[in-house]
Design a protein. Structure first.
Length: 81
């Protein structure tokens, strides 16, 4: 993995540990959020879920020190791929 991506993953883990659950939304010193939510029919398959658009979101999150949250519900939750 590129160094910036490894750094972002480490930083993301630290921030999610520091701001668990809804603290990410309620604490003034929490980092910003970039949310990508896909509920129905527009999510695509595995290829779409791993496409460059999402890599771009991670790059932007790294540059802006924002937490990137990706959520898919259709056809299955992301954790099943």
């Amino acid at each position: 993995l590129p160094e910036w991506l490894e750094y972002y993953f480490r930083w993301h883990t630290e921030m999610r540990t520091k701001f668990p659950d809804d603290m990410l939304l309620t604490k003034a010193d929490a980092p910003g959020l970039i949310v990508y939510y896909c509920e129905r029919y527009t999510c695509g398959g595995l290829h779409d879920r791993l496409a460059a658009t999402h890599l771009y979101l991670l790059l932007r999150g790294n540059r802006t020190k924002s937490i990137v949250l990706l959520k898919w519900n259709f056809p299955m939750d992301l954790e099943y791929f």
